[in-house]
Design a protein around this ligand. Structure first.
Ligand code: C5P
Length: 281
């Protein structure tokens, strides 16, 4: 049976989002399952298929839910962001989107760091340093956490990275330089659609080459991994809606996708419907 997506989102009044997908997940060999994504063996050596689940977790997976359609939206938003970043010369693991929930990516060795950039105080930094959420930081700040779920991804210093060899000094220099460029670009991209990029988390991987390896942007960039606030109202359009029980999570992600021009609005006066019923592509 061909994979098929049924997507319907009614916004503004009487919000209703319904995204269902019948895919081909089981055909491929699963090599890793994370909280929001599954990695399968890819069709060619050196490739993987990254599958976006609807599962949402927060607070180191103490809070869990399934949000209908979240994976579809994150796949599309992350594809869009990775492609824009590639255009400005950021090397990424992204090759192409395969269908509504899957993308083909280059196989990389993930560097065990969560690289967080903050432009405005929020979340754990606001709490840790006693800064009011929403206060603009004197400059963008890059933080590192160790990717260790069993330890709750602890905050670490560059010193730890060097001492324990989690990345070489050259890799870390590249990571920081790329991270700041990504932040500059994404701040502008989101500002253009009326959104403040408060903070975000990215990950990098080592991509093998004939002569060694290069560091590339990996994982995803989506409302799961960014804080995105509407410029005029400060409405949260990101995973904090789930973390803080604000409701309308997929509606907020849909709004981000719509503002980025990924989802086309069709004009129907009784029910503004986004996008289409389409065959898998
Ligand atoms: O929770 P905290 O304030 O440290 O998060 C900073 C940023 O990093 C937020 O945008 C959050 O969504 C993202 N993040 C993430 N995955 C984590 C931790 C944080 O995407 N494991």
């Amino acid at each position: 049976m061909p994979a098929r997506l049924v997507y319907e989102a009614i916004l503004e009044t009487g919000i209703s989002v319904s995204l269902r997908y019948e895919g081909h997940m089981s055909r491929r060999k699963q090599i890793y399952e994370g909280k929001a994504k599954i990695l399968f063996e890819g069709p060619e050596p050196g490739t993987l298929v990254q599958y976006f689940k609807d599962d949402a977790t927060a607070f180191n997976a103490q809070k869990k839910a399934v949000l209908d359609g979240k994976g579809v939206l994150n796949n599309r938003i992350s594809e869009f962001v990775m492609l824009r970043l590639a255009e400005i010369g950021i090397p990424t693991h992204f090759i192409k989107r395969l269908n509504m929930r899957e993308q083909l990516i280059k196989k990389v060795e993930i560097i065990p760091l969560e690289v967080i950039v903050r432009n405005v105080a929020a979340g754990t930094m606001a709490k840790r340093l006693g800064i009011e959420e929403g206060e603009k930081l004197p400059r963008s700040i890059v933080e590192f956490c160790l990717k260790r779920d069993d330890l709750g991804d602890p905050l670490i210093a560059e010193e730890h990275i060097h001492a324990f060899g989690w990345a070489t000094p050259a890799e870390l220099d590249e990571i920081i330089a790329m991270t700041l460029r990504i932040n500059d670009y994404l701040q502008g991209m989101f500002a253009g659609i009326g959104i403040n990029l408060i903070d975000f988390k990215i990950e990098f991987g080592r991509l093998a080459t004939d002569t060694g390896h290069v560091v590339v942007l990996a994982d995803e960039i989506s409302p799961d991994s960014c804080r995105l606030w509407d410029r005029d109202t400060n409405k949260k359009l990101d995973k904090d809606r789930f973390r803080r029980d604000l409701g309308d999570v997929t509606e907020a992600y849909t709004e981000v996708a719509q503002r980025l021009g990924i989802l086309k609005e069709t004009n129907n006066k009784t029910a503004p419907v986004l996008s289409v019923v389409s065959n898998d592509d």
